[in-house]
Unconditional design. Structure first.
Length: 61
């Protein structure tokens, strides 16, 4: 374990979901920023979900 955590934004989209899948397959620690956590339901349980919307700064800081 190297302590590195990958933050994937856009993880529920066409590109992002493949990024999450490949990082998870490689055993990397992944955190996803999602507007709706239920849209991340298909990710492996070890993927950390963080709710946030880039269009709403109050959800990011
Ligand atoms: N697909 C391609 O072949 C391709 C090729 C070259 C470049 N790109 C670029 O790569 C990027 C992603 O493409 P994609 O095809 O994966 O897009 P996509 O399937 O439409 O997915 C967009 C992702 O961005 C998230 N998102 C949108 N607005 C957001 C916001 N305000 N805050 C947080 N997350 C937000 C969406 O989350 P929700 O689930 O909440 O909607 C979704 O996960 C785009 O900029 C696209 O132009 C794509």
């Amino acid at each position: 374990m190297n302590g590195r955590v990958w933050l994937v934004i856009g993880s529920t989209g066409r590109v992002g979901r493949e990024v999450v899948r490949e990082l998870s397959r490689r055993g990397e620690k992944v955190r996803v920023l999602v507007r709706s956590p239920e849209r991340a339901a298909a990710f492996p349980p070890e993927v950390e979900r963080v709710r946030g919307d880039l269009a709403d700064v109050s959800t990011i800081v």
